[in-house]
Each structure stands twice: as structure tokens, then as C-alpha cells.
Design a protein around this ligand. Structure first.
Ligand code: GLN
Length: 483
């Protein structure tokens, strides 16, 4: 049963081939058997899941339908869940229980989804490897010595290992797409404002966006349908009609124009990933697409600008964790300053502290104009590059990552080396555009992904291209040995 995709599960539940309770029981048993090797879950909510499954079965017995009714999911552990702790993989929130559900959780609960648990991640979503977790690193099911990507690495590893069919993640600079690429999944970062951020613990508010991770584009369409939509509780949510993503999957690619930016083929790219990109282009050409050479001239400035803006917003967002109102509090503080200092010093891990310091520095009087304002100007140039490119093409295609998943610990001593790995993904967040990563081959036995970007609110186009590609290729069907 664990090999079933979300779409197959929806059919199986509708046909009554199995009940949600049976499916939930089987997947919980798989998590119990295999997650010791992966560390992909921070909390497994078995009792609650079985109760939700029975409730979903009862709703179905009384005539209710719906693709997600009774289907399993897990949430990255930064979506607030009422009654279940939300840790952000931090000692700071180790025992934090939110008094409410994030809108995404609320919507998927209402659709009847069964939450199996909360997944491991980089602390406060800062990282590209899921190594920065207070609960220990997540392992890549394709090779347990390698990272699964991050920060949504637990969500990715669990789905890749067939512990469940789909999960939620968040993407501030690539944290859905990059772990999808590293674990052979399809992952979608929606347009900024498409999915509510309410109840999603903030890292960098102008960049953060929730989205689905699954094995196929078809499954991402189903989960995104449940997650997307205007939310008056999120002031940056956009009141834009949500199309039927599944209905748009089979549109022909005849005449679709694909832009391939010349700057993508830089010396930092593993040539074998470059080959996978070219092979993907050739496959899409067979389906009727045509290729246009384009340019994104400001691409080279994206990483420095992002690593000013994201830490700046993080330093502001994380100031609320002061040991007073909620979160970790140090023992026996001498006075108020000591309480602040030690609570934050002991509660936050090294990478989070590094980002807070960089961000606070960039926002300080005297440096604000030189760093933060300058980075925002670069951000506008990056957006303008995309606007010009989308005058010419329907989608932009390239690698998701410059290299396949690295060995656990290989970049721990050099944070900048890890930051450079975000080269292809962060521009979509800087511009607010939707982006998708899909499986496109293997290098040294590790999966690699190809990224597609589209204009605002064209998630449907990304899912359509990925779905058509997945009809003629089988990369996404391969599963890691031993799981
Ligand atoms: N790797 C990037 C960072 O560490 C992106 C993380 C994310 O998307 N949450 O900031």
C-alpha cells in the first residue's frame, strides 16, 4: 500500500478497496519500522492519525467525497498544530504547543486529510541540508550517508522512502525544490501569496511560502488544491481565484516556449546535471515545446542579496523568542539581561545565531543603506530580469541544484559553501515567482532535479509541463533501495 501515490489512494478510498484506517495503520507501521534510519519525523501522532482516519471513513460512509478525504499527509514542523507540539527543530520551541492551527493545517484537516506527524527540518528553516536540527540530521534514503537537502528535508525523506505519499514544506530560498531534487520528488513553491502563511512560523516573511512535496506532479496538484487560497488572516495573501490544478494537467505542450538562461551553465554546475537538463529539454521538445535562449543578467547577484535580506528579516522575526513570553528559558537568570542572553544563546543553534547576527548587523543604523537597501534594489533588478524573460517565454528551465546531495557534515564547517548551493532556487523567492523541481536523472546513484519557473500564479502551467514529462519518463517512479 505504501507504493501508492496520492492520486491512487484517492481512487482506492473512493472505490472502497481499502479504508483510511487500514491505510493509516499500514503507513504508521512503516514509519515505526524505517524512520529510525532516516530521522525524518520529529513527532509521530499515531493515535490522532487513527482517530482522524476513522472520522474520514465515517464521512465517506455518509456519502461525502473528495480526493483528500482520508488521505495521509505530514507537516513540516513549523506549521502550527493545535494539540501537537511545533518545534521548528529548535531547542527554543522544543515543548511549544500552539493554541491554534496554521491555515494550511486547518484547510487540509477540513478536507479530511490524516496527519501522521510533524517532520524534521533545519532549525527555523535555515539551511540546505536538514543538518541544523536540534533533533539530529535527516538522512537521504537514496544514500544514508548523504543529506536529503533542506530545509524541508524530513518532509522529503519521508515521502521518498515511501513512508507516506505527500507532505507539506516551506520554501524561503529553495527549501521545497532543493530537497525534492535531492530525493527524487516533485516539489512546488507557489507564487508568493498563493498559500497562506498564517500559523507558519516565520523565517523571512517576504520570501516564505508553503507548498507540496510528492512523487508526482499529479499529486502536487491535489495537495496544492487543498492548501491554496486567499486567507484574510494573512495580510500578504492574494485574493486570486484558484484554478482546478488537476483539470489542467493534460494540456498539450505543443507550441510551449521554454527559456533556458545562458547564465545557468556556469562553472559551478556539475556537467552531469547540465546533461540531465539538456536531456529534459530534448524530451520536452519531442512533446512539442520549443526552446529559446534567454538571459538573466543579474543572476550572479542573487546569493549575496538573499543572504542579506533573509537574515535581516530573520533577525526581526526571531526577536520574539526572548525567554519571556514563550519558548525556552534559561535556568536561574541573574537579571533580565542575563535571561535574554542565555535564553537565546542556549535556545538557538549555531546557524540561527549566525543569521541573527548577520541580519542585525545589516539592519543597523549606518549599514542599513549599504546592505539592506542595496539588497532590495538588487532584488528589484532580479525581478525585472524575470519580467523581461517572461515577455519572451512561457516557462524557464534549468537545474534545481548545481550538485547532487553532499555527504552529511561535508559543508558544516563552511556555511558559505552551503549558501552557494542555493544559486538556482533563491531567485524565484526574490521575485515571488512559482517554481517546481521534478526528477530528471541520477548522478553517482543520487537523484538530480530540473527546475521550472513560470509567471505569477501559473502554478498550473508548471504542473502541466511536469505531468506531461512524467507521462513519458520514469525517473519519478524509481524508489530507493531498502525502503
Ligand atoms: N538554504 C536557504 C537558507 O538557508 C533556503 C532555506 C529555505 O528555503 N527555508 O536560507
Amino acid at each position: 500500500m505504501h507504493e501508492l501515490t496520492l492520486a491512487q489512494i484517492a481512487r482506492g478510498l473512493a472505490d472502497k478497496t481499502f479504508s483510511s484506517e487500514e491505510l493509516t495503520g499500514a503507513l504508521l507501521a512503516r514509519i515505526a519500522e524505517h524512520d529510525g534510519r532516516l530521522n525524518s519525523f520529529i513527532s509521530v501522532t499515531a493515535e490522532r492519525a487513527l482517530a482522524q482516519a476513522r472520522a474520514a471513513d465515517a464521512r465517506r460512509a455518509s456519502g461525502e467525497t473528495g480526493a483528500l478525504l482520508g488521505a495521509p499527509v505530514a507537516h513540516k514542523d513549523l506549521f502550527c498544530t493545535h494539540g501537537v507540539r511545533t518545534t521548528c527543530a529548535s531547542r527554543m520551541l522544543e515543548n511549544f504547543e500552539a493554541p491554534y492551527n496554521a491555515t494550511v493545517v486547518e484547510k487540509l484537516d477540513a478536507a479530511g486529510m490524516v496527519t501522521l506527524g510533524k517532520t524534521n527540518m533545519d532549525e527555523f528553516a535555515m539551511g540546505s541540508a536538514s543538518e541544523n536540527s536540534h533533533f539530529g540530521p535527516v538522512k537521504n534514503p537514496w544514500n544514508l550517508e548523504h543529506v536529503p537537502g533542506g530545509s524541508s528535508g524530513g518532509s522529503a525523506a519521508a515521502v521518498a522512502a515511501r513512508l507516506l505519499p505527500a507532505s507539506t514544506g516551506t520554501d524561503t530560498g529553495g527549501s521545497i525544490r532543493q530537497p525534492a531534487a535531492f530525493t527524487n520528488l516533485t516539489g512546488l513553491k507557489p507564487t508568493y501569496g498563493r498559500v497562506s502563511r498564517w500559523g507558519m512560523i516565520a523565517y523571512a516573511s517576504s520570501l516564505d511560502q508553503g507548498g507540496p512535496l510528492a512523487r508526482t506532479a499529479e499529486d502536487c496538484a491535489l495537495l496544492l488544491q487543498g492548501m491554496a487560497g486567499f486567507d484574510p488572516k494573512d495580510s500578504t495573501s492574494i485574493d486570486e481565484p484558484v484554478p482546478d490544478f488537476s483539470a489542467g494537467l493534460n494540456t498539450s505542450l505543443e507550441g510551449l516556449s521554454i527559456g533556458v538562461p545562458k547564465e545557468y551553465f556556469s562553472p559551478g554546475l556539475d556537467p552531469r546535471i547540465g546533461d540531465a537538463v539538456q536531456a529534459t529539454v530534448a524530451e520536452l521538445q519531442k512533446l512539442g515545446a520549443r526552446v529559446v535562449d534567454i538571459s538573466l543578467p543579474n543572476l550572479g547577484h542573487a546569493i549575496p542579496a538573499y543572504y542579506v535580506i533573509a537574515p535581516a528579516e530573520a533577525s526581526s522575526n526571531l526577536s520574539r523568542f526572548d525567554g519571556v513570553r514563550f519558548g525556552y528559558r534559561c535556568e536561574h537568570p541573574a537579571d533580565l539581561t542575563d535571561l535574554y542572553k542565555r535564553s537565546r544563546g542556549e535556545g538557538f543553534g549555531a546557524e540561527v545565531q549566525r543569521r541573527i547576527m548577520v541580519g542585525t548587523y545589516a539592519l543597523s543604523a549606518g549599514y542599513y543603506d549599504a546592505y539592506y537597501v542595496k539588497a532590495q534594489q538588487v532584488r528589484r533588478l532580479i525581478k525585472n530580469d524575470f519580467m523581461a524573460a517572461f515577455e519572451q517565454v512561457d516557462v524557464i528551465l534549468g537545474p534545481t541544484t548545481p550538485n547532487p546531495a553532499w555527504k552529511i557534515g561535508a559543508k558544516s564547517a563552511d556555511p558559505v559553501a552551503a549558501y552557494l548551493e542555493d544559486f538556482y532556487t533563491i531567485t524565484a523567492n526574490m521575485a515571488g515567482l512559482p517554481g517546481l523541481s521534478m526528477p530528471a536523472g541520477f548522478v553517482d546513484g543520487l537523484p538530480v532535479g530540473v527546475q521550472l519557473l513560470a509567471p505569477y500564479f501559473q502554478e498550473g502551467r508548471l504542473l502541466n509541463v511536469a505531468h506531461r514529462y512524467q507521462q513519458v519518463t520514469d525517473w519519478h517512479r524509481r524508489s530507493p533501495e531498502g525502503f
